[in-house]
Design a protein around this ligand. Structure first.
Ligand code: SF4
Length: 352
């Protein structure tokens, strides 16, 4: 966390409403995430909860699919390739509920640790519903570094103490925050402290297509000043942080939705673009890649090589592209896209 500023005169709340606010040290998993150094492994869309605020897209929720960041994958080997493409130094394992597929989750953690080493930091999210002692012990055995409970029911809160007693990983909770949820947040914070956990993350409640209708029915509205978030979430978080700063000793951290989009994802794209660029692609400061294309040729000239959808790709040098287009009767373009495996979605295609 680079920003260290006191908010509203409360000496122990540091940060910025758009970058995150904390009352204590950031969990290690958040530090790496801030720099775009965490890969997000969506290990399954299966989940036995049905939270009205669930922001998971309907193409993932309830389906047993695996994604690493934006990429659909089907094997541990592909997971490793994607983590490497990003140059991540850690991973967050999320879902759905990862503990609904415990063998897969444990295998992935174990293989990531074997391949990238013990310092590769892994944190995992779970409702706690399936966090039994044998499963928690297995997670410890394979080297899970941090577990974050999202206790969808009060009964699951006791799983936090079960995990804490094993003393092999950092234990905390992560829950959404919006107006009306301050009481729940305080209860979870108290329980995490009592159970021996070390942090609670409050996620600014997202207002996105999958949950918009359910949120509207409960009277929530989108904040016009903080797009894609529930109006009043920041203020609700501030109330809880102020209370926490003088009532508990564990760290409470507010994670703004805008941070995920503008900083975390952008940093991740920048890193992936730099590492994954081919000889003809130029990484941009926005985290995209730019290259030149000649289209309509049967064979590529020696200055270019065959690439996506039958095009010939080369560096995005306008004059060279125009010259080659004239010489070979081709159409020349400059293309900009995100650094996904198939370079989609395309951000812009400009014909020269
Ligand atoms: S536990 Fe998580 S994935 Fe499952 S419904 Fe709730 S928010 Fe969605």
């Amino acid at each position: 966390m680079h920003v260290r500023r006191e908010i509203g005169g409360f000496r122990t709340i540091l940060g910025h409403p758009d970058r995150g606010l904390v009352t204590g040290p950031l969990p290690r998993g958040c530090e790496l995430c801030f720099s775009g150094l965490k890969a997000t492994i969506f290990i399954t869309g299966l989940c036995d909860d049905s939270c009205y605020y669930c922001p998971v897209s309907r193409e993932k929720l309830g389906r047993d699919v695996i994604f690493v960041n934006e990429e659909r994958v089907t094997s541990v080997e592909e997971i490793i390739v994607e983590v490497e493409r990003q140059g991540a130094r850690g991973a967050s394992i999320t879902g759905g509920d990862p503990l609904l597929v415990p063998e897969r989750t444990i295998d992935v953690i174990s293989r990531l640790k074997d391949y990238f080493g013990d310092n590769f930091h892994i944190h995992l999210y779970t409702s706690g519903r399936y966090a039994t002692l044998p499963i928690l012990k297995e997670l410890c055995r394979v080297g899970l570094d941090e577990i974050r409970f999202h206790p969808t029911r009060n009964a699951f809160i006791k799983k936090i103490s079960l995990a804490s007693k094993l003393s092999c990983m950092d234990v905390g909770a992560e829950i959404p925050i919006a107006p009306g949820l301050e009481g729940w947040a305080k209860r979870v914070i108290i329980e995490v402290e009592k159970a021996g956990g070390s942090f609670v993350n409050l996620d600014e409640m997202e207002f996105v297509e999958p949950n918009a209708e359910a949120l509207m029915l409960r009277g929530y509205r989108e904040d016009p000043k903080r797009p894609f978030t529930v109006k009043g979430s920041l203020e609700a978080a501030l109330k809880v942080l102020r209370w926490a700063s003088s009532n508990v000793s564990i760290a409470v951290h507010f994670c703004p939705a805008i941070f995920k989009d503008n900083i975390q994802t952008r940093n991740r794209f920048r890193r992936t673009a730099r590492r994954d660029a081919t000889w003809f692609e130029i990484p941009t400061s926005y985290g995209t890649l730019v290259w030149g294309e000649l289209r309509g040729l049967k064979e590529c000239p020696e200055e270019a090589e065959p690439c996506l959808e039958g095009a010939c790709c080369l560096r995005p040098e306008r004059e060279l592209l125009k010259k080659l287009a004239r010489k070979y009767g081709a159409k020349a373009y400059i293309v900009e896209a995100f650094p996904t495996r198939n370079r989609r979605p395309v951000v812009s295609t400009v014909q020269l």
